[in-house]
Design a protein. Structure first.
Length: 133
């Protein structure tokens, strides 16, 4: 092999290494994009689950507030109302996560949870995220 043949062999090797490096870089870049996309999808799924759990907790708190108002209308009082007494009054409130956190004749706060979400209500239709203040 002469100098020209050696030059061609070395040039071919350098070009092959450059192309291989470029392709490896593209593969690494593509893998990073896939991982970022997968993380975004996972986070979106977590957000959907969090919102669904909060919606369910709010619905439970709102149902409990409606039961408290019915209790007040029928019994004429709220002071001293307990979770157990409310469940006895309204047998649809079977979930133990629904609790009467406060009950006076001036007002009340009921609290409910679902999954990791907690909501409270001080009137029917007024459920909010978080525990009773």
């Amino acid at each position: 092999m002469g100098r020209f043949g050696f030059f061609i062999a070395v040039s071919s090797a350098v070009i092959a290494l450059a192309v291989f490096g470029w392709r490896a870089s593209l593969v690494t870049h593509a893998v990073n994009h896939v991982q970022q996309g997968a993380e975004a999808v996972k986070q979106a799924a977590v957000n959907v689950v969090d919102r669904a759990e909060l919606t369910a907790a709010k619905a439970r708190a709102d149902a409990a507030a409606t039961a408290v108002e019915a209790f007040r209308a029928e019994r004429g009082r709220l002071a001293g109302l307990t979770s157990q007494e409310l469940r006895s009054f309204d047998t649809t409130l079977v979930d133990p996560s629904v609790v009467v956190a406060q009950a006076t004749d001036a007002g009340y706060c009921v609290q409910a949870s679902y999954g990791n979400a907690v909501a409270h209500a001080t009137a029917p239709g007024q459920a909010s995220a978080g525990p009773c203040p």
